[in-house]
Design a protein. Structure first.
Lengths: 902, 154
C-alpha cells in the first residue's frame, strides 16, 4: 500500500479533487456577491443614494467588465441594465440577494455532499485494502496479532481520515489563496508593512512545525495506547472464564486503570501542547495588529505614512488571520491523520503477504490431487529456535491412508501441520502434486485438502451455517447473477475498489459435490452426521427448538396431530398417572398457580412469572375474581411456613435445593417483610412488601411443594380468573403469551413441549427421559424425523459455538471437513476430547468413508494403538522420522513402534 | 395427593425418626421427593452407588440379593419402613436390589439431606447408632451361630 497518505488520496481521487476545485472556484462569485449585495441594498434604495430627487431611477443589473478601467482606460459596459424606481429597485435587489443566498446554499450543499462521499469512498477502499491484507497474512503472523487490535485499526483508527480526505487538497489551496490575496493587499498598501507581515507569518510557519514535533510523537503514542487498550480489552473478554476462576478481576482492574492512566496523561500533555501552540499563533497574529497600530500610527502621526494607507493596511490585515489560522489548523489535521496512517500502514506492511494470485476465484474445474505429497529433507524450527522436525523425507501418494505417530513433541503433529500448510517449513522441500505447497493456489489446497485439529472456533450462526461454510468458496454462477443490472451499490463497490462478488448471490455450492437440489444435499449431510455420531444431538436440538407456525404450516399441523396422538396414547404408554396435559377447563396440579392463571408461555417480559404481581392486567383480573386477598393470605402463609422450616438453616444447606418458589438468600428479606407486616390489615401494607408476598403463591406448585394450601374453592376461582384473563389478553393488539390451547401451536414453546402440552409429575423416576423418548418415537412413526432434524440444523450455536459442548464442536469440525469430500484428509489429533472408544469408532468411520470416496487419509491419532487400522505408519521420535512401513511389518522390526502401541 | 403434614405423621411412625422434633421432620418431608414405582421396577440395584434412602409410604418391596447370577429374595419391606439408609452413611455400594412388589409409593430422602439432618439433630445420630448397634449385634449373633454350625459340620 502507498505509504504516503496524501499520495494515496491523490492517487484514488484525482479527478474528484479537481472537480471539487472547479466547483469551489465557480461558487466564489456568488459567494462574494452575496456578501456585497447587503451593502448596496442599505446604501442605495434604503438610504437613498442615487434617489435624491423624486422619480429618480437607478439601473438594475448594470454590469461592467471587471478591471475594465485598468485594462482599457475606461469602464467597459457589458450590460446596460434595467431602469428602476426606488421601491422596485429595493425589491429587485432583495430578490437577487435571496436568489444568491439560495445559490450559495446549494453550492455548499453540493460541495459538502461531494466531499463527504469522496471521503467515504476512500475510507471504504482503505478499510477493504487493510482487510484484504489480513486475509493474506501468513498464518504464523496471527500468533502474534491480537484480534481486537486488528479490529480497532481497521474500524476506529482510519475513521477520522474520512473527514480529512475531502479537505485534503482543496482546503489548503483555498485558504492559501485567501491568505496570499490578503498579504498582497497589504503589500500594495505599504511595502514595508507588507514585509513586516510577511516576516511574522514566515516566522510562524517556521516555529509551529518545530513546536509540533513533540505533538506528533504524542499522537503516535496515543494511537498505540488506544490500540493496546482495545487489544487488552479483547483478550480479557476472551479469557473471562479464567479471570473468574482465578479471582484475577482486580488484577485486570489495575491493569486497565494503568492503561487508562497512561492514555490520560498522553492526552493531557497533548491538550497542553495543542493549546500552547494555539496561544503562540494567536499571539503572533495579534502582535501584527499591535505593530500596525503602534508603528503605523506613529508613522502616520509623523506624517511619513498616509492615514488612508494605514486604514487600508488594517482593513486588509483583517482578512489575514482567518485563513492563516485555517491553514495552520488544516496542517495540524494533516499531521494527525498522516501519523495515524503511517502507524496503520506500518502494521499492515508485512512483506510476507500471500500474493493475491493465490487467492483468486478460479475459472472452470479445479483439478483433483492426483500424485500426492513429496517431502524431501523437511525441517521445522519454531520461533524459539528449537527443532521440531529434522530432515524428514517421505512421499505420501494421493489415496494412501497413513497414520503418523510418536510421543508428545515427537514431531508427528508438526509434520502434518506442514502438510496442511498451517506452518511453514524452515528447510527442505514439500511438494503437492509437483508444486511447492505454498505455491499452490488456495482454491486447490483449500478444497482438495481437508485439515482438522483439536481447535474449534465457530462464529455465531446455525449448525447448518457451520457445516456449509466449507462449500462457500465462490458464488454459484447462475443466469440471474450475470444479467443483474448494475445497481447503485455495485457502482459504488467498483468506485471504492472493493470486492467484485456479491454476498447476496448464492454461495453454497452443493452442485460441486454432485447434488442437484438442496434436499438431496441435506440428506447427504445427515448421513455424514450419522457417521460422526451427531445426528441424535441434532434431533435433540430440533426437539428443543422453536418454530414459526407461519413459516412451517405443514409441520405445525403435523405436530398438532402428534399432540393429539400422544394424548390418546397416554394410557397405553403408562403415562396417564404422571403426565398431566394442559386442559383449559382443568386446574393443572403440576404447574404453579401463576402458570395456571396465565396458561401460556410468556413472550413479553412483563408476563414472566416473577413479573406477574406487577402486571396491571393480571392484578386487575385477580381483583375482579376476588383472588387478590386469598392469594395474598396464601403468600403470607407460604412465607411463614418456609421461615419456620428453613429459618435456622445455613444459606448453603442442601435442604434449600428443594425450595423452588424463593431462593435461599431471599429468606432473610422475607423475614423482615413478615415482621414489618405483622398483623396489619392488608390495606396498610406497602407496595414492595405486597409484591414480594404475591410472588410466592404465583410460583407455588401444590403437586411439588405439598404445603396443602390449595383448596378446591381456590382452584375454581383460578380457573375463572384464567378465562377472564384470556379475554383481556385477546383484546390486546398483540398476544403477549404463547397459549396452552389444545388446538393451537404455541410458538413460544419448544417442539417437544408442544407435543406434550402438559407437565410431567415429579413423582416418577426418570419421567422426563421416558416422555422424551416416547415423543421421539411418535415423531419417527409419523415420519417427522427429517423435519425435526432440519429444525435442529437451525440451532444457534452461540458466540464461538459456546452453546455446544467441546465434543460436539469437534465432531462438527470433522463432519464439515468430510462434507467437502477432500482428496486427502489430514487430522491432527482432531478428536482429542472424545473417549478412546469413541475415537476408535471415528477412525473406523473415516476409514470406511475413505473406502467409499477413494480419499487419502493422514491421521495423527490420539492413541498410537489406532495405527494398526491404517495401511502405512510413519513413526516420529524427537523430530526424526525413524520408521516408515506397514503396521504389521513394523510390529516385528521396530522397537519404538512396538513400545508406542502397547 | 397427600400433604406435608401426612408425610410428617408417617415419618414419625418410623422408629429412627420417632424422637425427632416435628419441625425438623417437616423439613425432611418437604425436602423429600415423592416417587411412585410400578410393580417390578427397581428402586436401585445391587452394586449401585447409594445416593438416597427410601421410606415406604404405600405398598411392598422385595429385597433381593444376587449371588452366582441367581436372585434370592432375602426380605420384604412394607409401609412405614426405611430402606437403603446404611449405604448412604458409609460410602459403600448397594448391598442388595430393591424391587417394587406392587405399586409402590416412597419418599426419597437424599443422602445430603439425611446427613444434614444428622449434624443438626444429635438425637437422630444416637438413634442411628442404636439401630446400627442392634444390627451389628444381630449380625454378630448370626455369625457366631453360623461358625458353630460350620465347626459342627467339619
Amino acid at each position: 500500500m502507498e505509504r504516503n497518505l496524501l499520495k494515496y488520496i491523490w492517487g484514488h481521487s484525482r479527478r474528484d479533487q479537481l472537480w471539487m476545485l472547479v466547483i469551489i472556484l465557480a461558487s466564489m462569485p456568488t459567494y462574494f456577491l452575496s456578501l456585497e449585495l447587503p451593502k448596496r441594498i442599505v446604501n442605495s434604495p434604503i438610504q437613498g443614494v442615487g434617489f435624491e430627487t423624486p422619480g429618480a431611477t437607478s439601473k438594475f443589473l448594470e454590469t461592467h467588465l471587471p478591471f475594465g478601467e485598468a485594462l482599457f482606460g475606461k469602464p467597459v459596459l457589458l450590460f446596460s441594465g434595467f431602469e428602476m424606481e426606488r421601491i422596485s429597485f429595493l425589491i429587485a435587489l432583495s430578490t437577487t440577494f435571496l436568489l444568491l443566498v439560495i445559490a450559495n446554499g446549494l453550492f455548499k450543499l453540493y460541495i459538502n455532499t461531494y466531499k463527504g462521499r469522496m471521503g467515504e469512498r476512500i475510507l471504504r477502499r482503505m478499510r477493504y485494502e487493510l482487510f484484504d491484507r489480513v486475509m493474506r497474512y501468513p498464518l504464523s503472523r496471527f500468533r502474534r496479532t491480537k484480534a481486537s487490535e486488528v479490529a480497532s485499526m481497521i474500524k476506529d483508527e482510519v475513521e477520522p481520515m474520512g473527514e480529512y480526505i475531502g479537505d485534503a487538497f482543496t482546503q489548503p489551496l483555498f485558504l492559501g489563496g485567501q491568505a496570499l490575496v490578503a498579504l498582497l493587499f497589504i503589500f500594495l498598501q505599504n511595502f514595508w508593512l507588507g514585509v513586516a507581515t510577511f516576516v511574522v507569518v514566515a516566522f510562524q510557519a517556521w516555529l509551529i512545525p518545530l513546536l509540533r514535533k513533540r505533538l506528533i510523537e504524542l499522537q503516535r503514542q496515543r494511537q498505540i495506547g488506544a490500540r493496546k487498550f482495545a487489544g487488552r480489552l479483547g483478550e480479557i473478554v476472551e479469557g473471562i472464564q479464567d479471570t473468574h476462576t482465578n479471582d484475577t478481576t482486580n488484577y485486570h482492574r489495575a491493569e486497565i486503570t494503568d492503561i487508562l492512566g497512561n492514555l490520560f496523561f498522553i492526552r493531557f500533555e497533548l491538550f497542553q501542547r495543542k493549546f500552547m501552540v494555539k496561544f503562540i499563533n494567536n499571539f503572533l497574529i495579534q502582535f501584527l495588529a499591535f505593530f500596525f497600530y503602534a508603528v503605523g500610527g506613529y508613522l502616520a502621526i509623523k506624517g511619513t505614512l498616509d492615514i488612508g494607507q494605514l486604514i487600508g493596511v488594517i482593513v486588509a490585515y483583517k482578512d489575514l488571520p482567518a485563513p492563516v489560522r485555517g491553514l495552520i489548523d488544516q496542517d495540524q489535521k494533516r499531521l494527525t491523520v498522516e501519523v495515524r496512517y503511517a502507524q496503520i500502514i506500518e502494521q499492515f506492511a508485512a512483506g510476507d503477504l500471500k500474493e493475491a494470485k493465490y487467492q483468486t476465484i478460479p475459472d472452470g474445474e479445479i483439478p483433483h490431487i492426483t500424485k500426492g505429497y513429496e517431502v524431501n529433507r523437511l525441517s521445522v524450527i519454531d520461533d524459539t529456535g528449537s527443532k521440531l522436525i529434522e530432515n524428514a523425507s517421505a512421499d505420501i501418494k494421493a489415496g494412501e491412508r497413513v497414520a503418523i505417530i510418536g510421543d508428545f513433541n515427537s514431531g508427528a503433529s508438526s509434520f502434518v501441520e506442514v502438510l496442511g500448510g498451517v506452518i511453514k517449513p524452515t528447510g527442505g522441500r514439500i511438494y503437492l502434486d509437483d508444486k511447492p505447497i505454498d505455491e499452490q493456489p488456495e482454491y486447490f489446497t483449500g478444497r482438495r485438502l481437508g485439515y482438522i485439529d483439536g481447535s474449534t472456533y465457530f462464529p455465531q450462526g446455525s449448525i447448518l451455517d457451520v457445516l456449509t461454510y466449507v462449500l462457500k468458496n465462490q458464488p454459484v454462477q447462475t443466469e440471474t447473477n450475470t444479467k443483474k443490472a448494475k445497481s447503485l451499490e455495485q457502482i459504488e463497490t467498483i468506485r471504492a475498489g472493493n470486492f467484485e462478488f456479491d454476498l447476496s448471490d448464492e454461495w453454497l455450492d452443493y452442485q460441486r459435490l454432485g447434488f442437484s437440489n438442496l434436499h438431496d444435499f441435506i440428506e447427504y449431510l445427515r448421513e455424514i452426521l450419522i457417521d460422526v455420531d451427531m445426528e441424535n444431538d441434532i434431533r435433540a436440538f430440533g426437539l428443543r427448538g422453536t418454530i414459526d407456525p407461519e413459516k412451517h404450516t405443514a409441520l405445525t399441523n403435523e405436530l398438532l396431530e402428534a399432540r393429539k396422538k400422544f394424548r390418546a396414547r397416554l394410557e397405553e404408554l403408562g403415562f396417564s398417572e404422571f403426565v398431566e396435559p394442559f386442559d383449559p377447563q382443568l386446574y393443572n396440579e403440576q404447574s404453579s398457580i401463576g402458570e395456571n392463571l396465565l396458561f401460556g408461555t410468556a413472550i413479553d417480559e412483563e408476563y414472566k412469572l416473577v413479573n406477574l404481581p406487577k402486571n396491571k392486567l393480571v392484578l386487575e383480573t385477580l381483583i375482579e375474581e376476588n383472588l387478590n386477598e386469598p392469594l395474598y393470605e396464601m403468600g403470607k402463609n407460604v412465607a411463614e411456613t418456609t421461615l419456620e422450616l428453613f429459618g435456622d438453616l445455613n444459606i448453603d444447606d442442601p435442604f434449600f435445593d428443594q425450595l423452588t418458589y424463593m431462593s435461599a438468600d431471599e429468606l432473610p428479606e422475607y423475614k423482615k417483610i413478615l415482621s414489618r407486616i405483622g398483623s396489619k390489615p392488608s390495606a396498610e401494607i406497602n407496595i414492595y412488601d405486597r409484591l414480594m408476598i404475591m410472588r410466592l403463591p404465583l410460583a407455588y406448585t401444590e403437586g411439588q411443594n405439598r404445603l396443602g394450601l390449595l383448596t378446591d374453592d381456590l382452584k375454581n376461582k383460578i380457573l375463572k380468573a384464567r378465562s377472564n384473563l384470556r379475554k383481556k389478553l385477546e383484546a390486546l393488539p398483540e398476544m403477549p403469551i404463547g397459549l396452552y390451547e389444545p388446538e393451537t401451536y404455541n410458538s413460544a414453546a419448544s417442539i417437544q413441549d408442544n407435543v406434550l402440552l402438559g407437565r410431567i409429575s415429579s413423582t416418577v423416576p426418570e419421567g422426563l427421559e421416558r416422555v422424551t423418548e416416547a415423543i421421539r418415537d411418535l415423531l419417527e412413526e409419523m415420519h417427522l424425523t427429517d423435519d425435526i432434524f432440519n429444525i435442529g440444523l437451525d440451532f444457534n450455536i452461540g458466540s464461538g459455538g459456546k452453546r455446544l459442548t467441546e465434543v460436539q464442536r469437534q465432531k462438527l469440525h470433522l463432519a464439515r471437513t468430510l462434507l467437502k469430500k477432500p482428496d486427502i484428509l489430514i487430522a491432527n489429533q482432531g478428536m482429542n476430547t472424545l473417549g478412546t472408544r469413541q475415537q476408535e469408532n471415528i477412525v473406523q468411520t473415516v476409514l470406511k468413508w475413505s473406502d467409499k470416496n477413494g480419499s487419502g487419509i493422514i491421521w495423527v491419532p490420539m492413541s498410537p494403538s489406532f495405527a494398526k487400522f491404517f495401511d502405512r505408519v510413519l513413526v516420529f521420535d524427537s523430530g526424526v522420522l525413524i520408521a516408515d512401513g506397514k503396521p504389521e511389518e513394523l510390529l516385528e522390526t521396530n522397537e519404538t513402534y512396538k513400545m508406542l502401541i502397547t | 395427593m397427600t400433604s406435608l403434614n401426612e408425610e410428617v405423621e408417617m415419618l414419625r411412625k418410623i422408629p429412627l425418626f420417632a424422637a425427632i422434633d416435628p419441625a425438623k421432620l417437616k423439613l425432611l418431608a418437604f425436602a423429600s421427593d415423592r416417587k411412585i414405582y410400578n410393580a417390578g421396577q427397581d428402586l436401585f440395584k445391587q452394586g449401585d452407588p447409594g445416593d438416597a434412602a427410601f421410606v415406604i409410604v404405600n405398598g411392598d418391596a422385595d429385597i433381593i440379593v444376587t449371588a452366582d447370577n441367581k436372585e434370592v429374595v432375602v426380605a420384604t419391606v412394607t409401609k412405614n419402613e426405611i430402606i437403603g439408609e446404611i449405604s448412604i452413611l458409609c460410602e459403600v455400594p448397594r448391598t442388595a436390589t430393591v424391587r417394587a412388589k406392587d405399586k409402590l409409593e416412597v419418599l426419597t430422602i437424599k443422602k445430603e439431606h439425611f446427613i444434614g439432618l444428622l449434624t443438626q439433630v444429635p438425637t437422630l445420630g444416637v438413634e442411628v447408632m442404636r439401630e446400627l448397634a442392634s444390627r451389628l449385634q444381630k449380625t454378630t449373633t448370626e455369625l457366631s451361630e453360623a461358625r458353630q454350625e460350620l465347626s459342627q459340620k467339619k
